[in-house]
Design a protein around this ligand. Structure first.
Ligand code: KE4
Length: 426
């Protein structure tokens, strides 16, 4: 029997490709009908049938203080009442820039944009403009948004350039992108030894969240830091997802490795479109209008979006915020692992700050290859069993999950209760 989600999905597909405005929302990885969300509050959202779910995507990271936080909503209402967009500078943008520079020590100057894709695309262009080099290095399994140079998968051999992962990306673009293995230090050394002087930048998710959650090893980040310094390449940390999600000062503070440029998004917009790229002042000096690297945006630094982001950044600086967030996330993953072990299911889980990974495998993956070897079909069955029980996990075995400050003990316990049922039904 079609419910309202089915009807909306059928209607959406008539006017929008796949019925969604971003592919992962279409449930194609897990199957079934996507839920059309009507409202959200705290750790919950409700679908078109007014069914409540405990939400573990949190808009893919932004909803870290919980959905519709009263202080965020009030700040947005007050900003909106003063006008939505001016196309001229505002004091709020200075406040946001100063806050980011305060919280991410490697960032001396920052430019606000409207999406993570814009942030990474601009950072790449800046690295290429500043070094006058074309080649870039990224890692299989890391996602940095949909700029052409980054929609590239590994070439056949170590030094063969990447192949497009998307139609419409010219070979002339992908040929400058080398795609290496995440957490493979030897390979990185080898490539820099061969073509290091041609490398404009290395871009990496220092805590990967787009092949499910995979931690970088400290050696991996330290190696790329050393090699970039030795060869005059720019080290770009894409912290669009992990920035302010894994800790108040991002992954670079966790690892003690400073990037030359950092990309941010999600949390800094609090659910509205704010992202940013920034870093060393000598690099940012290449940006127009003072330098020759062009980047622009009608809604960059939008005052209403900045109001949401600034309020969120203030809330996450409250005493004990990350201790609580990390404790709740750890309670979730340890609880799930304990239940799976009781039932005898090959399952493990990991958490860094307020993001987590669930894996149907005996061990926590530490690379793209080991992640791809996990039991995707079992995840999909688990996903739907949990969804039927009112728990909304990321609709893909290859996405990370997100906890908010509003996921209290009662919410985590309800999740574990649903999991007890799901694991026995697998
Ligand atoms: P956006 O352009 O979607 O704002 O950000 C792109 C981006 C850049 N860098 C990292 C590390 C990211 O995780 C993202 C976007 N993340 C996905 C989640 N896998 C957003 C969800 C979606 O694509 O709908």
């Amino acid at each position: 029997m079609s419910d309202k989600n089915d009807l909306l999905f059928a209607r959406a597909q008539k006017t929008t490709p796949g019925g969604v405005n971003s592919p992962v929302r279409a449930f194609r990885s897990v199957g079934g009908t996507p839920r059309f969300i009507s409202r959200a509050n705290g750790p919950y959202f409700w679908d078109a049938e007014d069914k409540r779910y405990i939400d573990y995507i949190g808009s893919w990271g932004p909803a870290i203080v919980g959905h519709a936080h009263p202080e965020v909503i009030l700040a947005v209402q007050e900003a909106a009442a003063r006008g939505l967009s001016f196309g001229a500078p505002t004091e709020g943008e200075i406040d946001m820039a100063e806050e980011i520079c305060k919280l991410v020590p490697s960032v001396e100057q920052v430019r606000l944009v409207s999406s993570g894709t814009e942030a990474t695309m601009s950072a790449l262009r800046l690295a290429r403009g500043a070094t006058r080099r074309d080649k870039i290095i990224k890692f299989e399994g890391c996602y940095h948004g949909h700029a052409d140079s980054l929609l590239v998968k590994a070439g056949s051999g170590l030094l063969t350039f990447g192949n497009p992962t998307s139609a419409g990306v010219p070979e002339d673009f992908s040929k400058h992108t080398l795609v290496l293995d995440y957490n493979n230090c030897e390979q990185l050394e080898e490539v820099f030894k061969s073509v290091g002087e041609q490398i404009a930048c290395v871009i990496v998710e220092p805590v990967a969240g787009n092949m499910n959650l995979i931690r970088a090893t400290p050696a991996f980040l330290q190696t790329m830091r050393r090699l970039c310094t030795e060869h005059g390449s720019v080290l770009i940390f894409d912290e669009v997802m992990c920035g302010f999600r894994v800790g108040l000062h991002g992954a670079q503070a966790l690892y003690g490795v400073q990037a030359d440029l950092t990309c941010l998004g999600k949390v800094i917009g609090g659910g509205l479109p704010v992202a940013a790229f920034g870093g060393r002042a000598d690099l940012m000096a290449h940006m127009a209008p003072i330098g020759g690297v062009y980047q622009a945006g009608t809604l960059s630094g939008n005052p209403v979006a900045v109001a949401a982001g600034m309020t969120t950044l203030k809330l996450i600086q409250q005493k004990g915020f990350y201790e609580h967030l990390s404790a709740q996330t750890r309670k979730l993953v340890d609880g799930l692992s304990a239940i799976a072990q009781e039932v005898g299911v090959d399952f493990c889980a990991d958490a860094v700050g307020g993001m987590f990974g669930l894996y149907f495998s005996k061990e926590i993956p530490d690379s793209y290859a080991t992640m791809m070897a996990t039991d995707k079909e079992r995840f999909n069955r688990f996903f739907h069993l949990m969804l039927d029980s009112g728990v909304y996990l990321a609709p893909s075995a290859f996405e990370a999950g997100f906890v908010s400050a509003q996921h209290d003990d009662a919410v985590i316990d309800a999740t574990l209760s649903a999991a007890k049922h799901a694991f026995t039904q697998l």
